[in-house]
Design a binder for this molecule. Structure first.
Ligand SMILES: CC(C)(COP(=O)(O)OP(=O)(O)OC[C@H]1O[C@@H](n2cnc3c(N)ncnc32)[C@H](O)[C@@H]1OP(=O)(O)O)[C@@H](O)C(=O)NCCC(=O)NCCS
Length: 202
């Protein structure tokens, strides 16, 4: 763990905009082209990120990274259909939502799902991602979940390698090509990965 790094279990107001920026800078490819403008995705996320469903890694006033977690009880991005339509309009929603929906993951009662993880580019390769994934495991065990799950796209082999090193294995692969092209996705396949969690000791 980096010296001076602190893990927060909420999103203080001063970190909300940096958290949204990190989300969109790192993973915006999945939603910004579909929404048409980055400002729409920003507006949606500013209102909908839930601090109690994430961990932030910070160093002083710098945001180093974050991980967002979904369970059947609580989700990280608390935005519904109505919020999406409000930002992009009905017409765009009608053709983009069915495609975006292919990456939606219904959460089973026994799982904790990594909705997103991102580390700021100048803090990568220094253990921040490991620290955040470790917290996710601890939270899963504390909630008595049996498995930690995630999705990773085929254009991100380094992230997949990191997950494999940490004991995740691929349980399913599905195609997003060619329809994903319509919403700007450059990836063609997505892997579901999961890791079994040891039960919490009593
Ligand atoms: C994937 C990510 C969260 C890893 O965080 P990190 O803090 O760099 O990870 P750590 O330092 O704990 O571990 C480093 C390992 O991460 C992997 N890695 C993935 N992308 C990396 C990157 N851009 N730079 C450095 N390491 C990266 C490597 O396997 C590396 O292992 P190595 O040291 O054996 O090469 C980070 O690179 C990132 O934010 N990437 C962009 C967003 C993203 O792809 N999120 C995952 C979506 S599924």
């Amino acid at each position: 763990m980096r010296i001076g790094m602190e893990i927060l279990t909420e999103i203080p107001d001063s970190f909300r905009k940096p958290a949204v920026d990190l989300f969109l800078d790192s993973l915006g490819e999945k939603i910004v082209p579909a929404m048409g403008k980055r400002s729409r995705a920003e507006a949606l996320l500013m209102d909908s990120l839930r601090g109690e469903a994430c961990f932030l890694a910070v160093e002083g006033s710098n945001l180093l990274g974050m991980i967002g977690l979904n369970t059947s009880e609580k989700v990280f991005v608390q935005a519904g259909l109505r919020d999406f339509v409000k930002q992009v309009g009905l017409f765009r929603s009608l053709w983009t939502l069915p495609i975006l929906g292919t990456m939606e993951h219904p959460i089973a009662a026994d799982e904790i799902y990594i909705e997103m993880i991102a580390v700021s580019p100048n803090a990568r390769g220094k253990g921040v991602g490991h620290a955040l994934l470790g917290r996710a495991e601890e939270r899963g065990m504390a909630l008595n979940k049996a498995r930690l799950t995630l999705q990773v796209v085929d254009t991100n082999p380094r992230a997949k390698k990191l997950y494999e090193e940490l004991g995740y294995s691929t349980t399913k692969t599905y195609n997003t090509y060619p329809w994903g092209r319509l919403v700007g996705w450059s990836f063609k396949k997505v892997d579901y990965m999961e890791k079994a969690l040891a039960p919490a000791s009593v």
